[in-house]
Write a protein that binds this ligand. Structure first.
Ligand code: MN
Length: 202
């Protein structure tokens, strides 16, 4: 087995009442596991991609054999994006980012509130399944959305923060009310992890 489902860094119920236990369990154990399984099935016996990290695969999709490229894009993206998503949440969230990240957010968006508003709006209006991201791109911070399981890595951008807006990430608790899920999600953002991710991008 090449890739493995990472363990959640907290219990399924740890993000209650903002993100519910049942959603976390199914999302992690079923959805994420399925991406890992399908990714492993796609790359099995493909020596061209043997030993490559998930980041390398996604950043250089054109070097993945064409017959498995879509499977790697979808399932490799699914594996990578979800791995970040779990890490970017915590039951011990602080209110706001600190330090260099805080400065960069103010510089690029005007204020933390303006950034939050832009990010929430992008997440709420993403049409269909996908993700919304804070990324580092050529020295600047940007809010972008991607469809399906596409990753900013494939566009040469470094993920700093992400939210999953596939219906499976909120439908059990919030049904069609995606903006309510986004509003709740802000309460569990792991700013410490996001700050580390930003520092790595510098
Ligand atoms: Mn998901």
């Amino acid at each position: 087995m090449e890739f493995e489902l990472p363990k959640l860094p907290y219990e399924y119920k740890a993000l209650e009442p903002f993100i519910d236990e049942k959603t976390m369990q199914i999302h992690h154990d079923k959805h994420h596991q399925a991406y890992v399984d399908r990714l492993n099935a796609a790359i099995a016996e493909k020596k061209e991609v043997k030993g490559k990290s998930i980041e390398e695969l996604l950043a250089q999709l054109d070097q993945v054999p064409s017959e498995i490229r879509t499977a790697v894009r979808n399932n490799g993206g699914g594996h990578y994006n979800h791995s970040l998503y779990w890490e970017f949440m915590t039951p011990n969230s602080k209110d706001t980012p600190q330090g260099k990240l805080s400065e960069a957010i103010t510089k690029n968006f005007g204020s933390f509130e303006a950034f939050q508003k832009r990010f929430s709006n992008a997440a709420a209006t993403q049409f269909g399944s996908g993700w919304t991201w804070l990324v580092e791109n050529a020295g600047k911070l940007e809010v972008v959305s991607t469809s399906n399981q596409d990753s900013p890595l494939s566009e040469g951008k470094t993920p700093i923060l992400c939210i999953d807006v596939w219906e499976h990430s909120y439908y059990l608790k919030f049904q069609n009310r995606r903006p309510e899920y986004i509003e709740n999600w802000w309460n569990v953002v792991n700013w410490k992890k996001v700050e580390e991710q930003y520092k790595k991008s510098l």
